[in-house]
Design a protein around this ligand. Sequence first.
Ligand SMILES: *Cc1c(COP(=O)(O)O)cnc(C)c1O
Length: 353
Amino acid sequence: MQKIIDLRSDTLTVPDGGMLKAMMQASVGDDGRVLGTKGEDPTAIEAERCMAALFGKEDALFVPSGTMGNTICVQTHCRRGDRIAVASNMHIYRAEKVLFESEFGGMKAVVIPQKKGIYEKAVLKETLEQKRVDLVCLENSYNFEGGRVLDCQDMQEIVKLSHSFGVPVHVDGARIFNAALAVGTSVSELTKDADSVMFCVSKGLGAPVGSYIVGSAEFIHRAREIRKLAGGQLRQVGYLQAAGRYAVEHGLEQLLKDHRNAKLFAALLDGCAGFTLDKTSVQTNMVMIQLHEGNAREWIFNLEKEEGVRAHYINDHSVRFVMFRGVEEIDVREAAMRIWRHSELIDKHNKKL
Ligand SMILES: *Cc1c(COP(=O)(O)O)cnc(C)c1O
């Protein structure tokens, strides 16, 4: 049996020894017993202070998942019936959905077209001029666009435009550290003036659980109330926050390595039959391909069955591969070789038909 090479998602990372040690050594308390603005868990208080500082915002709040973080942020900015600008393939709209279900969040989506991960600014401007919009969402890096990034200028333009209409901006920054490294800046520069940011420590940064939201002190204070209603207030959360803090303090080197591996993987797949790979989209730790024929679910199923390479379904013709800790250069080379073999077989078969 050949070794399975699993490239489905950077959520597959597990804590390393250093992180586990930091978790075990955390001093903890009941984070749900709130005095003033914080609970009684000293590790949680310190970690949230550290995250706020990293982003240059006033305060931060731990949330159990990215989905809950985005949901809480939108619900802190908005009320039922409010209108939220998104793109059709943003995670918050396509994968999370709950905000836009009438029986749950009750928000209305204002879908703005995007190209290569960036809103069509003229359409966004026109929409802001002509319609009521209560919140503009951004995603960076852009998951279903193969990890494409918005640079500081892209971000600033949209934030300024939205603010000029009095509309706040929420950034789904599940992989904002990947984005910042890709454009060579800090997360605080990249998210400057954004009203709220959600980011995950549970993905390429390697923590087992958790995400954070950051924003003004007043925003986080209200978000804490909503987190409680959502059942996201945890008790000795310092154990998890010790992991989160360790992740942002030690995880960045790995993200750079993941980016190099993604570029290598894309280069190795160049010229392979059966799919298109836009190399300009390979900016972070992901590689996305567009199949010329057939269905992506079937292609993924067969690739795993025949070649022991696991990939992630994006839509019926798009397949995503993700690099993360534990995927080494040798695995990248091996996976690319197996995909070549698989694709050539299919190609030969199709030509005979
Ligand atoms: C993973 C992800 C989320 C949600 O995070 P979970 O912790 O899985 O709920 C949100 N947005 C984007 C862009 C993501 O990739």
